[in-house]
Design a protein around this ligand. Structure first.
Ligand code: DGI
Ligand code: FE
Ligand code: FE
Length: 192
């Protein structure tokens, strides 16, 4: 499928406002890829598809997960998380995306995970800081993103974890592992 066809197909699965968010993530992820040395085409492809299922009925998101042989444990946790792994399944099965790094960037864009690749970090961070985002602390994350993807992402996860704590919600274990992993990476890099 050509880039333009893919864009049109994804665009019509979400309201206009959410499509604007996707455009913002595409633009931000491509910029971060240039800045930090990731593949801009992969960053754009993952960004186009990252929220493809976000506005599907939640039952369809769940069904998409249940229909694969290894659904993982997502369904035991907050339904806000489901669109990410469901999106990776749709990217592969419906849109023919085969690149594992791109599929992982979609699958883990909400939760993060331990040992994230540079592409995964960039898509996850772009989702936090695209120009349309406006939550307390976003400008701080944007500033940190000027010099460190890992530090910016820790700041992003800190915000999400605080939000979940405040709401009395559970935290998906991968988010905690992602944060711990990034802090370790930052400490290792600073030892050098
Ligand atoms: O899809 P977006 O709105 O662009 O952003 P996203 O995919 O990062 O989804 C964020 C939502 O997921 C946010 O409202 C917090 C919620 N969420 C629920 N449980 C968890 C979680 N996010 C993370 N990282 N970890 C969780 O355990
Ligand atoms: Fe999302
Ligand atoms: Fe998003």
């Amino acid at each position: 499928m050509k880039r333009e066809e893919l864009i049109e197909s994804v665009r019509f699965q979400m309201p206009a406002k959410r499509w604007e968010h996707t455009l913002g993530v595409m633009q931000t992820a491509v910029k971060l890829a240039g800045q930090y040395g990731a593949d801009p085409e992969k960053a754009e492809l993952a960004s186009i598809l990252h929220d493809v299922c976000k506005y599907w009925p939640v039952e369809e998101q769940a069904k998409t997960l249940r229909d694969v042989s290894d659904p993982g444990d997502w369904l035991d946790y907050d339904k806000e998380l489901w669109h990410a792994p469901a999106g990776a399944i749709v990217a592969k099965e419906r849109y023919g995306v085969t690149d594992e790094d791109v599929l992982h960037a979609i699958r883990y864009h909400t939760s993060g995970r331990i040992g994230m690749s540079l592409l995964e970090k960039i898509v996850c961070l772009a989702d936090y800081i695209e120009p349309g985002r406006d939550f307390p602390g976003v400008n701080n994350i944007r500033e940190i993103a000027e010099h460190s993807v890992e530090k910016a992402l820790v700041a992003g996860f800190d915000g999400t974890i605080s939000f979940l704590l405040e709401k009395g919600k559970r935290i998906y274990p991968l988010t905690v592992l992602a944060r711990n992993g990034l802090i370790e990476e930052i400490q290792e890099a600073e030892k050098l």
